[in-house]
Write a protein that binds this ligand. Sequence first.
Ligand code: CP
Ligand code: NVA
Length: 308
Amino acid sequence: MIRPNKLANKNFLSSLDLSPNEIIHILELSKNFKNKKLNIDLNNKNLGLIFDKSSTRTRVSFQVAMSRLGGTTIDLNPTTSQIGRGEPIKDTARVLSRYCDVIAIRTFNHSDLEEYAKWSTKPVINALTDLEHPCQALADFLTIQEKFLDFKDVVLTFIGDGNNVANSLILCGALLGVEVRIACPKGYEPNTLVINKAYEIYKNKNLLKITNDPKTAVFGANVLYTDVWSSMGEENQKEEKDKAFNGFTIDSDLVGKADKDAIILHCLPAYRSKEITDEVVESKNSRIFDQAENRMYVQQALLSCLLY
Ligand code: CP
Ligand code: NVA
């Protein structure tokens, strides 16, 4: 029976913290958790959750994942702890390391997450920063694997903002050798360092394409993926971004240009009639709610590897 392996890195701050084999191992464990073929008892270990931004899926899926593993969680709401009053990260991180066994953090600046990790003696997990959302990418590739089995046959097209979700998809896609196409308006391309890193990882450099044309990007694609146009913290750019992203909505017309069996993914929350239409969210090829469910299994797998 498959058992969790210890990961080479202490933390999971970026998709780059895992090797291709470790990603495959986590996906394999996730499937076993999903099929109820694997039982791991973490023996009351505690996960601390620090969320500087809102969350439904990430928070709840971590809480349920931990409880299914026989562990507990503590929600360190920054507004009711000293975190919100500006206690230095290096102090919070050292104190929490004495109480908790692992910490998941959702914050704005990726450098703040790295600062936590630097001072924490316990594993730190990225629960979303402005740069990356690596737990989301693991659930996305699990959902893709459930449908297509072999990543070599998959063309994944992301249409929308080259933000945290797109950055992690690119890095995880590069590690798995998946063809990834990103279509975004000019000026909203993914992070340059992320793109360069992905090109370094890919053996076949043609497998990553960044374009400003959604129609060519979806041609023959097996997976169509989108995310909100204005992310958390960008509320003041909403009007400007709504204009810039005109023409980048995943609607039935665009879906019709992809492979006929293409599945639709969205990390959620979704703004219908902005980045995606209601019809596409509710369509038979939508795997959006399976994708949300899969967050729980990949996090069970990740926690098992980090703590077991
Ligand atoms: N996809 C995702 O991370 O959702 P939440 O913001 O609800 O956690
Ligand atoms: N890009 C979005 C993802 C939400 C899960 C955000 O950062 O708000």
